[in-house]
Design a protein around this ligand. Structure first.
Ligand SMILES: CC(C)(COP(=O)(O)OP(=O)(O)OC[C@H]1O[C@@H](n2cnc3c(N)ncnc32)[C@H](O)[C@@H]1OP(=O)(O)O)[C@@H](O)C(=O)NCCC(=O)NCCS
Length: 191
């Protein structure tokens, strides 16, 4: 059995016990995240221990944009020539302290990448952006190949879709094939 499930936040998830060590991120998750999901300010995703039902990490996704001028010219020339490109913002991202430094953050980030790749199949997206809260978070994102944007949003970092690891692309493509099969089956008239 898989040790974790990735789900959109729902009422049954235990948010009280979550603690990542950052007060603002903990408070948001415990007190606001439910409402945020309902009001669609951002969609909150959680990683849940399959055996324990414990929330080991969460992140939020919101549609965003990135300007071509914010990407270094070398990388920008491989993208569409429009001045404003579609992006997804990982607004908040946190792993419970008991699960940090064990690879959970990487798992959570890869889960976010896969969700974003799924969105990119139906709506054009060029980049994922993050606003790291401090040097430790910046180090984590640098480790995962995010780069600082060029212009005037100090601290913001991005990764282009075309640099997301291939293994994740393949997993999403396999899921897509499965989804399409199901859709085909559902749309086939039954006699
Ligand atoms: C930042 C955070 C998400 C990292 O999660 P984690 O589970 O500890 O990270 P992982 O164990 O998956 O680390 C993955 C890799 O990133 C590296 N890494 C983790 N934190 C790092 C840091 N501060 N600087 C550089 N590299 C770092 C690890 O060394 C590891 O490398 P490896 O795969 O070569 O071993 C977690 O510490 C956290 O939730 N912190 C509090 C909230 C926060 O700062 N969130 C960021 C919001 S902006």
């Amino acid at each position: 059995m898989k040790p974790y499930r990735s789900e959109v936040l729902k009422k049954s998830h235990n948010r009280r016990a979550f603690s990542c060590g950052d007060d603002a991120l903990d408070r948001y998750f415990r007190e606001q995240a439910g409402q945020d999901s309902q009001r669609t300010g951002s969609v909150v995703h959680v990683l849940v221990g399959a055996a324990t039902e414990e929330v080991v990490g969460y992140y939020t996704l919101t549609n965003a944009t990135i300007r071509l001028a914010e990407i270094p010219p070398e990388a920008a020339k491989k993208l569409s020539p429009y001045q404003t490109l579609g992006a997804v913002l990982i607004g908040r991202f946190a792993v419970d302290q008991r699960h940090q430094r064990k690879g959970t953050g990487t798992l959570l980030l890869h889960d976010a990448f896969m969700r974003c790749l799924e969105v990119a199949e139906i709506s054009a997206l060029s980049a994922i952006v993050v606003d790291p809260k401090n040097d430790a978070a910046r180090g984590f994102y640098e480790h995962h190949d995010f780069s600082p944007i060029v212009e005037d949003k100090p601290g913001r970092m991005y990764i282009l879709f075309n640099t997301i690891p291939n293994a994740l692309r393949e997993a999403v493509a396999q899921n897509r094939a499965l989804r399409e099969k199901v859709r085909f089956w559902q749309s086939t008239p039954h006699k």
